[in-house]
Design a protein. Structure first.
Length: 136
């Protein structure tokens, strides 16, 4: 693991970079009518699904993803529901403290993350397997 990042933190920034690249390529689920990137780079739901394999589909409206659209239920997920959400909240906050992401809040709770410039560089290093992250 690079720079002491947990597997969940790595999933978070890799998911964010993947989504950012989709937006840059003009994927209609990630851009608005004018082609501008919309929403966070990764929603909490997308990260939880990618990391834990939780069931569910990303909800869209008019072909665009909805930030809080993929909501999991404790019954569907099972015993890891609360601990997984808590772990993600702590993991993303630590990424924020390192300057790698900005945590975005929805109406009542944290909703997603957006990579900072340092976060993009770190994610590219991890995704492209160019090198480990520099020491913290």
């Amino acid at each position: 693991m690079g720079c002491g990042l947990s597997p969940l933190q790595i999933t978070a920034i890799e998911t964010a970079l993947t989504n950012r690249r989709k937006a840059a390529a003009g994927d209609p689920a990630f851009v608005d009518d004018k082609g501008a990137r919309q929403g966070p780079d990764a929603t909490y739901a997308e990260i939880l699904k990618a990391h834990y394999g939780w069931p569910g589909e990303t909800v869209t409206r008019n072909g665009r993803r909805i930030v809080l659209g993929n909501v999991f239920s404790a019954e569907d997920v099972g015993p890891t529901y609360r601990s997984g959400r808590s772990a993600l909240s702590r993991a993303t906050w630590r990424l924020h403290q390192r300057g790698l992401v900005t945590c975005l809040r929805g109406r009542y709770r944290w909703a997603g993350i957006t990579l900072t410039e340092a976060g993009v560089r770190a994610a590219e290093l991890l995704v492209n397997k160019v090198a480990d992250l520099p020491p913290c």
